[in-house]
Ligand binder design. Structure first.
Ligand SMILES: Nc1ncnc2c1ncn2[C@@H]1O[C@H](COP(=O)(O)OP(=O)(O)OP(=O)(O)O)[C@@H](O)[C@H]1O
Length: 234
């Protein structure tokens, strides 16, 4: 993914100020920054659903929003995007049909997110974490090359969070690597990423590996590195 000079205006305000950002293929890149800094807007621009005021966004070598990218990008929004009155499997079969995914794909993705045994459960009756995993399972249908996940671990317990990060790394490290871009406002998730994009007030503060950011700032953790970079930029 390659973002150059991206400018977005929402509600009359510039929310992305001509930003540049690269997400290497096969990386697990964390997009970290405080609430309201523009993370969702950047993700929406990459998925191709955000009206942009300027700049360019390329995904897998194609302009964001290209029809050819539709079944190659999985996008999980913050709000669950599955039908709550349908069962887990009904949702997955429906989305698989829309995408033209292989017939056995719903079973594969249920196993990938650890929802075996819940196939027949109505989504309405699932816990928040289970619902989040149904949305993630839907995004894994059709074996996308890029996964864009907006705060996928919010509200999950630590065990489930660790399991999901394990899944993200398995997807990125497989024979057919997936590139993952994952937003979070929880800085302690930074250490789970292979690369970081630190964002503040519509600008990218830094783009590097967690280790390099710690070395560069001399901070003990990414929160400290973030504060040091904010200090240096102002
Ligand atoms: N539909 C909208 N209309 C106008 N302004 C919006 C809209 N959605 C978001 N904004 C503004 O754009 C800015 C960036 O919002 P965005 O949702 O991208 O932030 P975020 O970093 O994802 O926040 P959070 O972590 O709280 O989800 C904010 O100042 C917000 O008020």
């Amino acid at each position: 993914m390659d973002v150059r000079g991206l400018r977005v205006v929402r509600g009359g305000q510039t929310v992305l100020h001509a930003i540049d950002a690269q997400v290497p293929t096969g990386s697990v890149t964390g997009l970290l920054g405080p609430s309201g800094c523009g993370k969702t807007t950047l993700l929406r621009s990459i998925v191709g659903v955000q009206r942009v005021a300027g700049g360019e966004v390329q995904v897998l070598g194609m302009p964001a929003g290209s029809a050819a990218l539709r079944d190659r990008i999985g996008y999980v929004t913050q709000a669950p995007s599955v039908y709550t009155d349908l069962s887990v499997m009904e949702n997955l079969r429906y989305f698989a049909a829309v995408l033209g995914a292989p017939r056995e794909d719903p079973e594969r993705v249920v196993a990938a997110v650890g929802l075996e045994g819940k196939e027949g459960a109505q989504v309405e009756r699932l816990s928040g974490g289970q619902r989040a995993r149904v949305s993630l399972a839907a995004a894994l249908l059709g074996t996308p090359k890029v996964l864009v996940l907006d705060e996928p671990t919010v509200g999950l317990d630590p065990v489930l969070r660790a399991e999901l990060w394990g899944l993200f790394h398995r997807l990125a490290g497989g024979d057919d690597p997936v590139t993952l871009l994952i937003s979070s406002h929880v800085m302690d998730e930074a250490s789970r990423c292979t690369r970081l994009l630190l964002m503040r007030e519509g600008r990218i503060l830094a783009s590097d590996t967690p280790e390099a950011l710690l070395a560069q700032t001399g901070a003990d953790d990414i929160e400290g590195a973030f504060l040091s970079l904010v200090g240096a930029a102002s």
